[in-house]
Design a protein around this ligand. Structure first.
Ligand SMILES: Cc1cc2nc3c(=O)[nH]c(=O)nc-3n(C[C@H](O)[C@H](O)[C@H](O)COP(=O)(O)OP(=O)(O)OC[C@H]3O[C@@H](n4cnc5c(N)ncnc54)[C@H](O)[C@@H]3O)c2cc1C
Length: 377
């Protein structure tokens, strides 16, 4: 059996970009993804500019894709009161269907052993330098395993992680819903419209499409007997922007894409010898529009630390300690700020008050945005 330097579980932005960076350095990498590219994902598809250079470094020719640059922000309260503001440096729009696929092609080109349709069921630690990864396809070996399998997976249950044991309830049990729509909105704006216990983002992606994606509590859906349409009509439509968009924009999907059991509890960055990356290490609230950049930034950090481990310059516990230190240094404030802002946005009255309060003080918007964003990497 071939022993890989590293097995990465989950081919989202964290796993794909890590595999590319390590393959570029000549390491033997296996990347196991349970789906087959290209595929859709629930995500707002706004990528903060801080990731632009890194994606180019990963082989994605972003300038040639002619993607919309998103440089304005509009935020409305459930009653329709709104603010509009320049977003600096802002972001750009691209669907996950397209971006993940381009990265997967690049990874394969660089010699990453990318196995699709491969669901990992368990990981066995033989010793700190030897792991067995068991999937529906085969069992393979590596010196180290990285878990970049997203917000919540069968492996979290298998590992009995703390956040799985916390009973998901109230404001810590969310669902995400996404549509791709035809819209007559400007190209350069990301809009965030609040409603009771949730918010909906809309912004342009490639090919004249717009991504319209919202997060709300599972309780909100439960109160409408699990009927998404009914919930949208009775809750989201109270915001006049959302009523207009949902009733006039044509969807490219027959049914919306939905995910459940989203929870923003703290997570650990390593578990049972597995190093966690992206949402598997910590999930930022989506209204910050920065989860993808965090996953990629953490991949960059790891791609610089892992070679030190492979070349025996540091041992496993040094590797883990250095990674956790850098992870916290880069992301703890963002995660904290994201939770605080989401706490306000979940509340109808607070959002209305906040929009009124911020209107005459636009510099506060810059402050809030800068708390949840990082520097270009
Ligand atoms: C509603 C919503 C809107 C969002 N909007 C934005 C936004 O606009 N901008 C932004 O930057 N971020 C946004 N985010 C956050 C962003 O989507 C994530 O932070 C980002 O996708 C994390 O990347 P990742 O690589 O960690 O995980 P993912 O992209 O989720 O990838 C994980 C991969 O692992 C695979 N997998 C899972 N289990 C297994 C297994 N057992 N075996 C093999 N493969 C497995 C999955 O199929 C998946 O492909 C949003 C999130 C939500 C919920």
């Amino acid at each position: 059996m071939q022993k890989f330097d590293c097995i990465i579980i989950g081919g989202g932005l964290g796993g794909l970009t890590l595999s590319i960076q390590l393959a570029k350095k000549g390491y033997q990498i296996a990347l196991l993804e349970k789906e087959t590219y290209p595929f859709h994902k629930v995500c707002g598809e706004y990528i903060a500019m801080e990731s632009w250079n890194y994606l180019i470094n990963c082989g994605i020719q972003l300038p040639n894709l002619h993607l919309p640059r998103l440089e304005k922000l509009k935020v409305s309260a459930p009653n329709g009161n709104f603010i509009e503001h320049q977003l600096k440096p802002g972001g750009f729009g691209i669907s996950r269907h397209k971006l993940d696929h381009l990265l997967a092609l690049e990874a394969k080109k660089l010699g990453v052993n990318l196995i699709e349709n491969c669901k990992v069921n368990d990981v066995t630690e033989i010793n700190e330098n030897h792991y067995l990864v068991h999937s529906n396809i085969e069992t393979i070996e590596a010196k180290i395993v990285v878990g970049s399998y997203g917000k919540r997976s069968n492996l979290d249950v298998k590992l009995n992680r703390d956040f799985i044991q916390n009973k998901a309830k109230g404001l810590n049990n969310y669902i995400g819903i996404k549509y791709h729509v035809k819209a007559n909105l400007p190209n350069d704006i990301i809009e965030l419209h609040n409603f009771k216990n949730g918010y909906c983002g809309i912004s342009k992606i490639e090919e004249e499409k717009y991504c319209m994606c919202y997060l709300t509590t599972a309780q909100n859906l439960k109160e409408h007997n699990g009927n998404i349409k009914k919930m949208e009509e009775s809750v989201l439509y109270k915001n006049p922007f959302l009523k207009k968009y949902f009733t006039s924009f044509e969807s490219f999907y027959e049914e919306p894409l939905a995910i459940s059991q989203i929870n923003f509890s703290n997570k650990t960055q390593h578990e049972n010898g597995i190093i966690m990356l992206g949402d598997a290490a910590g999930l930022i609230t989506p209204l910050c529009g920065n989860g993808m950049s965090m996953a990629m930034k953490a991949a960059k950090i790891l791609s610089e630390l892992l070679p030190q481990y492979f070349e025996n310059e540091i041992n496993k516990s040094h590797l883990t300690a250095k990674y956790v230190f850098q992870w916290k240094q880069n992301f703890s404030t963002r995660l904290w700020a994201g939770r605080k802002i989401q706490g306000v946005f979940g509340n109808e009255m607070m959002t209305n008050l906040l929009i009124n309060a911020i209107k005459p003080m636009p510099f506060l918007v810059n402050k809030l945005v800068s708390l949840t964003h990082g520097k270009s990497f």
